[in-house]
Design a protein around this ligand. Structure first.
Ligand code: DX5
Ligand code: ZN
Length: 222
């Protein structure tokens, strides 16, 4: 059951003193949702923003927020992200000792649960919790920084996950994150992804957000 194409711009490349304006512009430009890269300086070397900043952004736009938590021990933080207004909360499977419990907790809090896999992490880590996921995010770079080079070596994993989702008849977004742009989105879509995070490709498009998002959507197939 393939879902329609979704473009989720990451605000990681934005001017952090003007995050609200960036969200407003992205919504106007047709973004399906805003991707929030939360980094704790431990799971990944970089440090970004937490619930108070997300909460302050929430009233400015009506499209959904998806939090990508690149943090250790995410469980204790989950209520804060849901209360801040994140419709979707995604955790790195490498950071979860009890992934089943963590995904169930996100659902109990009223958000859409998601699992994120680093390029080196096999699909077997989510095989038995797929029924708890509304979205699975496959990293196509190693997390921590924007502007990295897309790893085509993840494409067989995208295809394998697409087959797993379709065989089980699940209604799950298959999202990819990292190095997604005009030169890479077609390959990721062909492999089976239907949702696409894009940071640099959106913020560096000299023709503007509208052009970037429309172009990515067209290249992804709708
Ligand atoms: C990396 C983040 C990505 C990243 C995407 O840790 O999860 O969301 O910012 O940025 P680009 O599109 O520039 O690779
Ligand atoms: Zn991300």
């Amino acid at each position: 059951m393939a879902r329609s194409v979704a473009i989720a711009p990451s605000i990681l490349p934005a001017d952090f003193s003007r995050l609200g304006e960036a969200c407003i512009e992205l919504e106007k430009a047709g973004a399906d949702r805003i991707h929030l890269d939360v980094m704790d300086g431990v799971f990944v070397p970089n440090l970004t923003f937490g619930p108070p900043i997300i909460k302050s952004l929430r009233p400015h736009v009506s499209i959904p927020f998806e939090a990508h938590l690149m943090v250790v021990e995410p469980d204790k933080l989950l209520p804060d992200y849901v209360n801040a207004g994140c419709e979707t909360v995604m955790v790195q499977v490498e950071a979860c000792t009890h992934l089943h419990r963590t995904l169930a907790l996100i659902a109990d809090l009223g958000a859409r649960p998601g699992a994120v896999l680093n390029p080196a992490t096999p699909l077997s880590t989510i095989e038995h919790v797929l029924d708890l996921c509304d979205i699975v995010l496959l990293m196509t770079v190693n997390p921590g920084f924007g502007g990295q080079k897309y790893l085509p070596s993840v494409e067989p994993k995208i295809a394998e996950l697409r087959a797993m989702i379709d065989e089980r008849g699940l209604d799950i977004d298959l999202e990819v994150d990292g190095g997604i742009g005009a030169g890479t989105i077609e390959a990721a879509a062909s492999a089976g992804a239907n949702a696409f995070v894009a940071g640099s490709a959106v913020f560096n498009d000299e023709a503007g957000f509208d052009h970037a998002i429309e172009n990515l959507r067209t290249l992804a197939g709708n």
